[in-house]
Design a protein around this ligand. Sequence first.
Ligand code: UDP
Ligand code: MG
Length: 324
Amino acid sequence: MSALSAEPSTQPKLAIVVPCYNEEAVLEITAGVLLEKLNALIAKGIITEQSHVLFVDDGSRDNTWRLIEQLHEQEPNTFHGVKLAHNKGHQNALFAGLMTAREAKVDCAVSMDADLQDDPNAIDKMLEEYKQGAQIVYGVRDNRETDTAFKRGTAHAFYKLMSAMGTETIPDHADFRLMSLCALDALSQYREVNLFLRGIVPSLGFKTAKVFYKRGTRAAGESKYPLKKMISFALDGITSFSKKPLSIITGMGMASVIIGIVMFIYTLVSVFSGHSVAGWGSIMCSIWILGGMLLTSLGVVGTYIGKIYEEVKDRPRYILEKKI
Ligand code: UDP
Ligand code: MG
């Protein structure tokens, strides 16, 4: 069951959720910046003193967890941590962190990368939007100069492809966003293993807002998203949301059958007009018609599998926002 949306808290309890995979090079710098940010927000009375940073160690192989333990010892109220037993990828680590924050009954959670590419100063504006009633606030970068031309190009192609496939994503928004407790409750109903949060979160509904920020370069350490991971992330995004590839196959199959039939008619005409080539018609027609029928049946079978996939994901049919 999901909790219904309540009035936004005037002084919310905030959790900043930071997934970390082999981030020993940058963790202390990030922790310092976030500590300062939280203290400033608390001092201004914008958030409660119970607000904290939650680091999620995504099965790191380096000293990341040791550093998180040290940070917790130094500032037990500010730095909390959870450690995943295996490396399960950014999306799962983020989900684990958001669900931990939900259990801690925060009023809202902001997710951000460990490398300070997401600007912590944008959190102030996110909180303002939250207080004005937004349940989800997207951090949208208004520059991409810090990315390589390749990353920029592939990212834009990806957003285009996603929208062509019928999935709503927010262009130039990575996973830097604020979610209220009510949005977290809704998210917790998504039990699927192939998580693609950038597609799920916009599909939740609710009142949303955008906050623009300048995305910086990584403060230290290396990117954990090599090309291979980026491609599998993009494929996950498409296959977790869209059944369009199946209808494309079915369409191609039908087109092939039609081409086969046209060839058949052409063959008949040439036989009757007396300039047929022996064997051409029978071979070409059977290839195109049979091939087309095979493709169409594959698409039909695929459509059924697509339906099974939808059922297995067990997504909520609807999410209640208010009740009177
Ligand atoms: N990350 C993670 N698990 C992984 C890979 C990455 O938790 O398997 C975290 C990583 O520590 C960082 C965030 O996801 O906080 C984004 O990764 P990164 O900055 O390397 O990606 P990029 O910004 O280069 O796309
Ligand atoms: Mg990064």
